[in-house]
Design a protein around this ligand. Sequence first.
Ligand code: NAG
Ligand code: NAG
Length: 319
Amino acid sequence: MSYLLKLIFSVAISLALCQGSVIQDGHRQLTRTQLRLKNSNAYIGYNRNNFSSGKRIEPTEAGVKAAVDSGLIKPDVETIVIIHGQYANDTDTDIVAIKNAYLRSAEYNVIIVDWRLAANMGDAAAFSFVPIIAEGVTEFLGFLTTGDTPAVATTKLHLVGFGLGAHLAGFASRNLPEKAQRITGLDPAGPRWDARSGRLTTTDAQYVEVIHTDGFGNKAFGIEEPIGHVDFYPNGGKHTQIGCPGHEQLCSHRRALQLFEASVDAGRANGLIGNSCVDMRQMTNNQCKGRTLEMGGLDIIKFGSGIYRMNTKRDYPFF
Ligand SMILES: *[C@@H]1O[C@H](CO)[C@@H](O)[C@H](O)[C@H]1NC(C)=O
Ligand SMILES: *[C@@H]1O[C@H](CO)[C@@H](O)[C@H](O)[C@H]1NC(C)=O
């Protein structure tokens, strides 16, 4: 879309937002647009019985109960909730590939969040709707993790989000009564997400890991600063990632998805290992020689903190 079209679109969205009509939703009022977007989220559950056919889980107590009763959600296994980024939906190739990597490796409940309506609205609108979309996700996760016999224990809950979806995962978990065990932020969106924006941060889950692949430069899609307990910077965390043709920035941004997929796919043989850096300068200069740490991977409980760098190979699985 041209810049002008995007601008017109954003203005149209803003106008729609300011439209007088407000609707009561629980304890407070939402605009018609906010409510429509929040209610348009879909949650698609997958398990090992059939990789390719997901089933929608309604974000209600009855919906979660039906998913448990039908065997779609198994209460004893870990639950991975994957959240796509901007200009995408649940069929995003790399999101689907991460889902498949999990299901190949062991028994998991994998749930893909589809928030395509807001995700396709243009930069300003998509950014501004992240909190309201996340509110829908929090409600859904609430039905999964609370109640007399919770379908899912928060200690077995791992949220994985890409781009805007990384911040969405942060908002969604931070507002739960008990936060998720682990969040993996895959090249979290940079533009507009300054320190006061409510962006993904360490208090959003027991453990927050971030993989930066397009974090530097004024047009970067990702974020430069370390924001998690642990922050990995493959190949320096910036475009152009090795193996990305020409100066394809989107390729570098999306590399975070593929690196994470590779780490899941490799299971116990995950060869994506970073070295700890003293500071960002050392990271940028490729001089990190500190202790080693696995990036991504299957373990729901992870330890280790700080800044890590690794240099990858150019092709999947990149090690
Ligand atoms: C998986 O689901 C699809 C779509 O519902 C169906 O066509 C296919 O037969 C299923 N495969 C198996 C192995 O059950
Ligand atoms: C879903 O996203 C893909 C790109 O990842 C796009 O090609 C497709 O048209 C989208 N589907 C819908 C129904 O919007």
